[in-house]
Write a protein that binds this ligand. Structure first.
Ligand code: WT7
Length: 628
């Protein structure tokens, strides 16, 4: 294939990578798909099984409430599991799993199908029906996949809450969704210690009256409190549950799940995804971008508690009939070469992880990966934040041995699937997510929504609907419309700033709203601030993100104390711990600054921008609205 001359540092794919790729002749395909978006998606949809066909690929008569594959009947679980049962995939491994202590499991498509059916029957016996919400609060064990699929099979809506969230954060999400059932586990291994998930769940449920039953997977064997009227052991309920369960036939637009994510207010947003479009969008992107082939062993090292895990650990790989690997524990446990030993042991072919992990490994040095045979790898991926070119080159050289292209995928909880991403045959530039996926139109615009010139910074927008898009914020259509489509009519506002270079490659700069990105985890400044002010010592708080070598961003908190409280090192420690207790250990501030005053506008809004500039010794910009 010939490429016109590209600018900057460019890595061209090898002949072999191009020949093996699922998508060939990409230049023509980009062009054709861009001009025929609905034909493209209709063709993709036909690769999967539907109980009955759609009238229309896209219904855009009620913008921005788009519908895809209208009036079709489908269930994502039919495509993830049922349809493989009459094929040789029935005996294929769906997941290789390894626990942090070194124990392991292999689960075939046939076994997973049976376990999901059984667990769907357990949920039914607990009163779960189509449309009910079920909260899942677990670690990286195979049962989290079973729990999600069992909900979807019945048409119930799962709401997975990341296992690193603390009691009030979990309780708030249960309450907002009015979940009937909570699925958790006794404990979770992390760095050789037990995180007591059941204990946290008990405290959260005490504040969440909607929960009728708690299902508990026994993973660790730690002691748990037991409420016999409410709690159910997973293994006991499964013993008597039938392995036959019909998959609900659903309208394509039936809600599949909600997933809470942070925005600019203290209250997380419940992103809603649906069965049909999400199924087509996630499976297509995984197939085209990570080039999934029958004999691949795919490792998406994210957590099922975030969207990356929903789309690319659970749904898309199963729909494609792929073999995945899942590892329970901490990346550096018991030693910094754990991941590399896993790649060698399981002969994994594709690794998809986050820049923060790459930087952490980089700091440990290349001797650790060098101890292991990584030659099974053929592709690498990155997600969660912009990857700095230095980390990109390290990953390329020391993990991919200069033969594995790196797919830097830009997307969001809201988008459900990759949006700006390379495919293997596309030339790469370290630090750039390259181009919009087939059919998509992205742009960089100024304050009034006009495209800016090449290499100029602006707001990243998406100008066309896409099948795996969020449909709304659960229970709040108005907020959905205002937040994402309100600033520029007809354009989806991503909340990121970006620039596009002279070759049309996109470079993501970072969030432009009050959202922090700490180790690839999305947190709102307002959530951390409200965690701080829930402490008796704190009158007011303002939180900013500053560059951090490993985490990308670290949290810095400025607090005003209430009368009667004195600043001290102990109080700083207590406040950091308080944030961990009420929100999550991932939200712990790096530093707390005790202030006599916070910079505010005359209307009383804290100017975080000014705090940020001061902390970095940068010019403060326009401060004409500053109170004094
Ligand atoms: C935000 C979305 C989507 C999975 C994980 C995060 C940032 C994500 C990239 C990337 C630059 C990225 C953006 C985005 N982001 N991937 N490849 N390059 N930035 O999902 O928690 O919804 O966060 O993560 O800022 O808006 P999320």
């Amino acid at each position: 294939m010939s490429h016109h001359e590209l600018h900057g540092e460019v890595y061209y794919p090898s002949e072999q990578v191009v020949q093996n790729a699922n998508v060939q002749n990409i230049d023509e395909l980009y062009q054709w798909a861009y001009e025929h978006p609905l034909e493209f998606w209709e063709q993709r949809a036909k690769e999967y099984e539907w109980y009955s066909k759609w009238d229309k690929v896209l219904d855009d008569s009620n913008k921005p409430f788009f519908k895809w594959f209208t009036n079709a009947q489908v269930n994502i679980v039919h495509n993830a599991l049922d349809r493989h049962q009459d094929t040789e995939r029935k005996n294929k491994i769906a997941y290789y799993w390894e626990g942090e202590p070194g124990d392991s499991r292999e689960i075939t498509y046939g076994e997973l199908y049976g376990e999901v059916n059984q667990f769907a029957n357990v949920l039914k016996s607990l009163g779960v029906v189509k449309g009910d919400r079920v909260t899942i609060y677990m670690g990286r064990i195979p049962e989290i996949v079973v729990a999600m699929l069992a909900c979807a099979k019945l048409g119930a809506i799962h709401s997975v809450v990341f296992g690193g969230f603390s009691v009030p954060a979990l309780a708030g999400r249960i309450d907002d969704s009015q979940s009937k059932v909570l699925i958790t586990q006794d404990g979770n291994w992390l760095n050789g210690k037990v995180i007591e998930l059941k204990k946290i769940a008990d405290e959260a449920v005490a504040q969440s009256p909607s929960i009728e039953h708690v299902v508990v997977v026994k993973r660790v064997g730690n002691n748990v409190n037991w409420n016999a009227a409410r709690d159910v052991w997973y293994h006991e309920a499964m013993e008597t549950a039938s392995a036959e369960c019909e998959t609900e036939k659903l309208d394509a637009e039936t809600p599949l799940y909600i997933l809470y994510t942070s925005g600019s207010t203290g209250k997380p947003k419940a992103i809603l995804h649906t069965h049909g479009g999400y199924m087509v969008g996630t499976a297509t992107t995984l197939k085209y971008v990570f080039d999934i082939q029958e004999n691949d062993r795919w490792w998406c090292a994210a957590d099922p508690g975030w969207v990356t895990g929903h789309s690319y650990i659970v749904y898309a790989p199963l729909i494609l009939g792929a073999t995945s690997f899942m590892y329970e524990g901490a990346p550096m446990f018991p030693a910094p070469d754990r991941w590399w030993s896993l790649i060698d042991k399981y002969k994994l072919t594709i690794l998809y992880t986050a820049p923060t992990a790459i930087r952490a490994f980089m700091r440990q040095g290349e001797a650790h990966p060098a101890k292991h045979d990584l030659s099974s790898l053929r592709l690498l991926g990155s997600v969660g934040e912009p990857i700095n070119p230095e980390a990109w080159r390290w990953y390329f050289k020391h993990i991919g041995h200069e033969k594995c292209p790196i797919m830097d995928t830009w997307w969001q909880t809201e988008t459900g699937a990759f949006m700006i991403t390379p495919v293997p045959a596309l030339p790469l530039k370290p630090g750039s997510g390259t181009k919009p996926f087939f059919t998509y139109e992205a742009d960089v615009v100024n304050e009034v929504g006009e495209s800016v010139a090449a290499n100029e910074e602006g707001y990243l927008v998406l100008k066309r609907p896409w099948p795996s898009m969020l449909r709304t914020l659960y229970g709040d259509d108005e907020r959905y419309e205002r937040l994402y489509w309100g600033k520029y009519p007809g354009m989806y506002l991503a909340g990121d700033s970006a620039r596009r270079d002279e070759d049309g490659y996109f470079w993501i700069i970072g969030r432009v709203d009050d959202v922090l990105n700490v180790s690839g985890h999305r947190l709102g400044t307002a959530e951390v601030e409200s965690a701080l002010v829930s402490n008796a010592a704190v009158a007011e708080a303002a939180v900013i993100g500053l560059p951090h070598e490993i985490k990308g961003q670290g949290i810095h908190a400025f607090v005003l104390l209430r009368a009667g409280y004195q600043e001290s090192e102990q109080l700083e420690k207590d406040l950091v711990q308080h944030v961990a207790n009420v929100l999550s250990p991932i939200a712990k501030p790096e530093k707390i600054y005790f202030m006599a005053k916070l910079p505010k506008t005359r209307s009383g809004k804290i100017m975080r921008r000014v705090l940020k500039a001061r902390a970095q010794g940068l010019p403060e910009g326009d401060t004409s609205t500053l109170e004094e």
